[in-house]
Design a binder for this molecule. Structure first.
Ligand code: CP
Length: 299
């Protein structure tokens, strides 16, 4: 089976550090080293950043891109299974980048595919390429990955980006703070993961009074698409709104990350604060994804 990136655990600490280092190299210089390769991007769920930055990354490396952003226009709409779809695409492409709403779908695809699979998000489970661009953003802004305080805010229950990031940063002696309403707390399995590794974490429900010691303030969106009951979503959708006034006593070096899209959780008045880093973070996605694609099919 070819090496895939389905979960952040598929990469060792050394591999994570290698990708972060390579991303910096690709940011400075991108030659078309993957000429002749084909990358398939298959998205069964909406995306702006992940799909377009993967496609930009592949194009900048000289690869060609095929794929779809709406499965309704494919034979899936005629009843073709995920298994058959993956078998077909792995006949055509050298790498598959897949987003799918079902947890575990990317692992399943990687077990069928003849070519590497990158999980571009599977339900509430994992989003490992987002984690690598987050790590690259942390390294760039803090000058290190070790011994930082990362404060995660919002939908910590369904947020696949916080789950992947927590696991990756557990290699680096991170202190975590979780700020979430009771309905959206960090799941027990992730807290247990930290406890087993002796990593400290605290849990809170208030935003403004708990962010002054953060090196990274990682905001997340409450994800309407993960709620089966719309009333439950309505109760929590605007639970946290980060305002510029909350930032006055935060560390000068602190940066605000957000995987985006945001809805209401960061007020527009934060965008011009030098601590706001989420748009640069999304830009870093191209370089991190160039490094991942190159690692999987270019060496
Ligand atoms: N961060 C992220 O996954 O964004 P998209 O949903 O736009 O791809």
């Amino acid at each position: 089976m070819p090496k895939s990136l389905v979960s952040i655990h598929d990469f060792s600490k050394d591999e994570l550090l290698y990708i972060v280092k390579q991303a910096a190299i690709f940011e400075k210089d991108h030659r078309p080293v993957l000429k002749g390769k084909v990358v398939a991007t298959i998205f069964f769920e909406p995306s702006t950043r992940t799909r377009l930055s993967f496609e930009t990354a592949a194009n900048r490396l000289g690869a060609r891109v095929v794929g779809f952003s709406d499965a309704d226009n494919t034979s899936v709409s005629k009843g073709e299974t995920l298994k058959d779809t993956i078998m077909m695409i792995s006949n055509y492409a050298d790498l598959i980048v897949m987003r799918h709403p079902r947890e575990g779908s990317a692992r399943y695809a990687s077990e069928i595919s003849r070519v590497p699979v990158i999980n571009a998000g599977d339900g509430a489970n994992q989003h490992p390429s987002q984690t690598l661009l987050d790590m690259y953003s942390i390294q760039k802004t803090q000058g290190r990955l070790d011994n930082l305080t990362i404060t995660m805010v919002g939908d910590l229950k369904y947020g696949r980006t916080v789950h992947s990031l927590l696991q990756a940063m557990s290699h680096f002696n991170t202190r975590f703070k979780f700020i979430a309403p009771p309905e959206l707390r960090m799941p027990e399995e992730y807290k247990q993961y930290l406890s087993e590794r002796g990593l400290p974490f605290t849990e809170h429900t208030e935003l403004a009074e708990n962010i002054n010691d953060a090196d990274i303030l990682y905001m997340t969106r409450v994800q309407r698409e993960r709620f089966s009951d719309p009333i439950e979503y309505e109760k929590v959708k605007n639970v946290y709104v980060l305002k510029n006034s909350f930032l006055k006593d935060t560390k000068p070096s602190m940066k605000i990350l957000h995987p985006l899209p945001r809805v209401n959780e960061i007020s527009a008045d934060v965008d011009n604060n030098p601590k706001a880093y989420y748009f640069e973070q999304a830009r870093n996605g191209v370089f991190a994804r160039m490094a991942i694609i190159h690692y999987l099919i270019g060496r």
